[in-house]
Design a protein around this ligand. Structure first.
Ligand code: HEC
Ligand code: HEC
Length: 354
């Protein structure tokens, strides 16, 4: 990895050994998780950032050893399916009593979330976990906090049948869609058949794949030296040095590992109430070692998705960064470091979303 010198010499010699030892353990643990849970290879989305492909390859090569891989808008999607999927995503007929659409909880104007600690669905029923963003969800190796859905297609069924979310079923949805000649026409134009469960899911998934949000940091990774400020880059350097990137890495800057919430220090130390949702992946696998284990969330657009963590326990990004330092890495991050890491995380907001 290419190292810049971080100004100020803030990491004391004595603690750097501990950090190094811990980072090594974290990397090993991550490697085990990666090997263990690695997804079968799938076709990479073709990239286009509005420059000549050769030039991008050269630029990208400059920073190919960074733990974070840049993204660009996917160029190989079916525009008809994306448009139909976008309409379905905003269609309340996908819920009981036509009450809420996907966008109700995943507001695309607000970073793909609802901004609430816990979402509420039909009839105002409150959910049990904080809503993650739909932006860049297609980069994740599993869906949901506990990873119970293998992919986006499997995920769609979750909210539709969840009694606290849309509380309905395809048996109820399809007659509504098929009774509307405009909708039937739109489906016929794209799929040559009227709405059914399979093509409706396919359209929603194609739309979700379009929700990739290149940021200034991606531009920097692609080689644009002017894309990031000094403080943001210092924040990135700290993010890597402290070991945040052992968990939050790859294209999604997260989304490709399962990890315990509370690695270096116990998060559920008796001072907090433990609800079912806090058991994480254990709810799905029933394996003791999966207790409090969650999918490492993507940090793309994280500045837009307060409050933080599955239980919405941190109200600000600043606080979330310091919680991560203590519980995942066992370091009490000084204020200036938390600030710069936060500035780095803000630079991960999609440029088109700003
Ligand atoms: C009532 C609010 C609500 C509605 C409506 C809703 N969602 Fe969600 N969504 C959530 C919550 C809460 C989660 C997290 C649930 C969990 O992890 O157990 C979630 C998770 C997701 C995820 C997984 C993201 C990740 O990083 O794991 C995707 C993708 C998603 N929803 C897409 C959709 C789609 C598509 C629809 C419409 C068919 C929809 N949602 C409707 C609240 C909602
Ligand atoms: C050992 C793995 C690991 C390390 C190291 C780690 N994280 Fe995390 N991070 C996680 C997991 C797991 C979660 C989800 C926890 C939860 O909500 O239950 C998370 C959540 C977050 C969130 C909240 C995201 C959201 O959408 O709610 C932020 C912000 C974050 N991490 C930043 C950092 C920073 C900054 C560092 C370094 C100081 C760091 N993380 C180090 C695993 C890790």
């Amino acid at each position: 990895m290419r190292r810049r010198k971080v100004k100020g010499g803030f990491i004391k010699q004595s603690t750097s050994w501990i950090i190094a030892a811990f980072s090594a353990t974290a990397i090993m643990t991550s490697a085990i998780y990666v090997v263990y849970f690695k997804e079968p290879p799938r076709e990479e989305a073709k990239l286009s950032v509005g420059r000549a492909e050769g030039a991008i390859a050269d630029l990208a090569n400059k920073r190919r050893n960074e733990p974070i891989i840049p993204v660009a808008k996917p160029a190989n999607l079916d525009a008809g399916k994306v448009a139909l999927g976008r309409a379905l995503f905003h269609d309340p007929r996908l819920s009981k009593g036509d009450a809420v659409s996907c966008a109700f909880c995943h507001d695309l104007v607000r970073g793909g979330v609802d901004g609430l600690p816990k979402s509420f669905g039909v009839e105002g029923r409150t959910g049990d976990i904080n809503a993650p963003s739909v932006y860049n969800a297609s980069l994740s190796f599993r869906q949901f906090w506990d990873g119970r859905a293998r992919d986006l297609a499997e995920q769609v069924g979750g909210p539709i049948t969840n009694p606290l979310e849309m509380a309905t079923s395809w048996e109820e949805i399809l007659p509504k869609l098929n009774a509307d000649s405009e909708t039937v026409e739109a489906f016929r134009a794209v799929y040559k058949s009227p709405p059914n469960e399979q093509n409706a899911i396919d359209a929603i998934v194609e739309f979700e794949k379009s929700l990739i949000t290149p940021s200034r940091f991606d531009r920097w990774l692609f080689g644009d030296d002017t894309a990031m400020t000094e403080s943001e880059l210092r924040g990135y350097e700290l993010f890597v040095q402290h070991g945040c990137a052992t968990c939050h890495q790859g294209k999604g800057i997260g989304g490709n590992l399962f990890q315990r919430f509370g690695v270096a220090r116990e998060y559920y130390d008796g001072s907090r109430r433990i609800d079912k949702a806090d058991l994480g992946r254990y709810n799905f696998t029933k394996r003791e070692e999966d207790r409090y284990v969650f999918k490492v969330p993507t940090l793309r657009n994280v500045a837009l998705s307060a409050p933080y963590f599955h239980d919405a326990s941190s109200e600000t990004l600043y606080d979330a960064v310091s919680v991560m330092g203590s519980y995942q890495l066992g370091v009490s991050l000084p204020e200036d470091e938390v600030r710069d890491i936060t500035l780095f995380l803000r630079a991960l907001t999609g440029e088109e979303l700003q």
